[in-house]
Design a protein around this ligand. Structure first.
Ligand code: SAM
Length: 235
């Protein structure tokens, strides 16, 4: 995947944090999705849908762009404007209570959102797994804690994140939280390489949230946090 193909879409209007397309690029390069135009992919917590656009263009598959804070009408208008209205379906549902069909998706992709709702044991098995087809793949990229600081999020990140610090977990912890199932072949978690680029591109954006993050970057974000990649392969 060549991120330069998407530069025109990566803007203050569409970005909601560190460059999500960088995170997606690393996941796709490491674990390319083998899908066809007849297959369906769920982009869970898609925000303004920029990741859904890239998933659609890179894979050719039908993409269900689900988010909670950004409504489906708003995303639908953006998808029409981007010329992907027929391929990408906007949905607005809580990840805790999705209403898709059983085994509807060949793959699930989730960038910078899974940590908001999935940080407890059993979530993956109960809320996600039923919607994924056999042999399906799950690719997740989220901010987290470096492994050497496992379980120290509240102590180290509260000045930046307040009472949301607990959401940041290390790759070791995420592997435990995803857990196992007789439908799961393998789970891999790791600290991603794209950290510096994704953050640099976000901190350069003219936006109050980016300016807020900039104040904590050197003292907190860079020393203690990373992006955690999660790859799950079903049997
Ligand atoms: C930081 S934004 C990232 C958006 C997008 N994936 C990106 O990388 O640009 C986090 C997203 O998680 C979504 N989210 C948070 N809690 C959710 C929930 N319970 N169900 C579905 N989406 C949720 C929000 O709606 C928000 O758009």
């Amino acid at each position: 995947m060549n991120i330069n193909n998407y530069k025109q879409y990566i803007s203050a209007e569409t970005m909601m944090g560190p460059n999500s397309i960088r995170i997606l690029e690393e996941l796709f390069n490491k674990y390319p999705l083998q899908v066809t135009p007849d297959d369906a992919i769920l982009d869970l917590g898609c925000g303004t849908g920029i990741t859904s656009l890239v998933i659609a263009k890179e894979t050719g598959a039908r993409v269900y762009a689900n988010d909670l804070w950004v409504n489906a009408e708003e995303n639908g208008k953006r998808f029409e404007k981007w010329g992907i209205g027929k391929q990408v379906i906007p949905v607005c549902e809580d990840a805790n209570d999705l209403h898709f069909k059983e085994k509807q998706f060949n793959a699930l992709v989730s960038i910078d959102s899974y940590h908001y709702f999935a940080g407890h044991k059993g979530f993956f098995q109960e809320k996600i797994l039923p919607f994924i087809k056999d042999k399906g793949v799950v690719l997740i990229g989220i901010p987290g804690l470096k492994d050497k600081y496992t379980d120290r999020a509240e102590e180290l990140l509260s000045d930046w994140l307040g009472d949301e610090a607990y959401m940041f977990k290390s790759s070791t912890r995420w592997k435990e939280l995803i857990g196992s199932s007789d439908r799961v072949e393998s789970v891999k978690t790791w600290e991603m390489d794209c950290f510096s680029k994704a953050w640099d591109e976000w901190l350069a954006v003219d936006n109050d949230f980016a300016r807020g993050d900039k104040r904590h970057f050197e003292a907190i974000i860079e020393p203690y946090t990373c992006f955690v990649g999660i790859y799950i392969k079903l049997k």
